[in-house]
Design a protein around this ligand. Sequence first.
Ligand code: MG
Ligand code: ZN
Length: 220
Amino acid sequence: MHVIHMEYDVFKANDKIAEKNRKNLDRHQVFSVNIMGAIGSGKTTLIEEAIKNLKGKYRIAVIAGDVIAEMDASRFRKLGVSTIPVNTGKECHLDAKLLEKALNEIDHENTDILLIENVGNLICPVDFKLGEHLRIVIVSVTEGDDIILKHPMIFKTADLAIINKVDIAYAVDCNTKKMQEDILSLNPDVPVILTSKHDFKSLETWISFIELSFKKTAEK
Ligand code: MG
Ligand code: ZN
């Protein structure tokens, strides 16, 4: 059970640092993507696929948020991209202060796209803005098709929603159409992508979403 006991001031202070982070990122023309989702939703795998595809065209850096250990960070490093692991210890989310610290370790001048894997959790990352340009939420069919309505806020505030592992939806008795409808009932304008790591076309759709969003921001 995840209970949040936070003062309003904590969020206000966080928002201020997030604003600073955003200015810092914009000044150096680094496009940043906050990727959120529960443990096991497939965040790391989808990020890996994006890195493999985009690293030839753009300079990619990754921040790997985790409560403990560096398992995900080492997966990203293997792909030859600059990777900063951030262990949150007891905290179940990244916050703006942690991102500020991690940004100090990034070679801003040589980064186009910064992918941030948040800690596996669908609740508090909603309240802790990082200063990111894009907020993406990933859910897996293994979480059950009632998962969306149980976590409305993260879907309301997302710029993209991904339903992952759809190749096994039937096996886990999950109705992906219901999931899509639930997402759109909360956030009618949000794009929804259905993905499976075994479906190359779906991965292409996910990767081109990041690329197009990056290009749109870079043009501004
Ligand atoms: Mg992961
Ligand atoms: Zn948390």
